[in-house]
Design a protein around this ligand. Structure first.
Ligand code: SF4
Length: 306
């Protein structure tokens, strides 16, 4: 019997990533042909970054020695100091910060302005979190560093947009158990973006109704890794891969229901290749789809109920 593959409806590029990629493409094709940079790779996907390079968009780690040109701020955003630095250098800023990330930045800035100390639930090294800390102007830190903070009574909590509800809940419990008695005021901003929430719910549904789940996306992509963790907590047979080459036929032996989901920076064509390869492994696919088209617009979410 062949494998039955279900692709999560919201697998792949989210609104913020699509928007950032479109902004970058328009900037590269516009009339202004000066040097064009992104601060860090535009998205966590090497193939897309290569494509952007061929269009003349260079990824740099910092503004460092740059003196002119245009700089694209990716969807994760940057600390405000970096924007000031770019302006001082006379560089044109093309801001592709995702509106959901902007909202989290604004919440941090507002809380600090109103005299709160801010705890951020997030991954220490993630650029979005680094940017949020920048908006904290020295009055914000990671939830993981909470033990180092003393003498605060007005506390705010803000979340990296791609965290899970469980991480936020753990953060809130930690604040209450360690600071509860001393708290004058606690404000919690659930800044997890809708796209992340939907994707995570779909991932849970997929794990509950599949024999194997394949999560596709960069190993350095925080939201993809989180999907893999969510699925693994429900279904041991969960595998996080970057592309179709990594699929191991052994994973599918004796299995039938295969779920596929992907992180917010995984292009559709990579998901399509993964689906086609799984179908080949299951012996129910030859080359491409049954209708002869490339496996890029495979049906999605047919069996997923949230
Ligand atoms: S995951 Fe959410 S916050 Fe992040 S870029 Fe996508 S839509 Fe924006």
């Amino acid at each position: 019997m062949g494998l039955r593959v279900t692709v999560a409806r919201h697998a792949g590029f989210c609104f913020g990533v699509k928007r950032a990629v479109n902004i970058a493409f328009s900037a590269a094709q516009g009339e202004n042909r000066g040097p064009l940079y992104t601060l860090g790779p535009l998205i966590h996907n090497p193939q897309v970054v290569e494509k952007l390079e061929t269009m003349g968009i260079k990824s740099v780690d910092s503004l460092g020695n740059l003196e002119e040109g245009r700089v694209i701020v990716r969807s994760h955003g940057v600390p405000p100091q970096v924007l000031v630095e770019a302006e001082e250098k006379g560089m044109k800023i093309i801001d592709a910060t995702c509106p959901f990330v902007k909202k989290a930045q604004q919440k941090v800035a507002e809380l600090v302005e109103q005299g709160f100390w801010v705890f951020i639930v997030g991954d220490r090294h993630h650029p979005e979190v680094q940017a949020l800390l920048g908006y904290g102007k020295g009055r914000a830190c990671l939830m993981d560093d909470m033990e180092r903070v003393t003498g605060v009574s007005k506390v705010g909590i803000v979340c990296q947009t791609t965290q899970s509800q469980e991480s936020l809940a753990r953060g809130v419990s930690k604040v209450l158990s360690l600071l509860g008695g001393r708290l004058e005021e606690l404000r919690i901003h659930n800044t997890i973006c809708e796209s992340t929430l939907i994707r995570q719910k779909e991932c849970m549904a997929l794990a509950e109704t599949s024999d194997v789940v394949i999560v596709v996306g960069g190993k350095n992509s925080a939201n993809t890794t989180r999907l893999a963790e969510i699925s693994k907590a429900i279904l041991e047979d969960t595998h996080h891969i970057e592309d179709a080459e990594e699929l191991d036929p052994q994973w599918f032996r004796g299995k039938r229901r295969i779920g596929v989901t992907a992180g917010a920076s995984t292009p559709d064509w990579i998901i399509g290749e993964v689906v086609e390869r799984i179908k080949l492994i299951g012996g129910n696919g030859k080359h491409g789809r049954e209708d002869g088209r490339e496996g890029r617009n495979h049906p999605r979410g047919a069996e997923i109920h949230l």
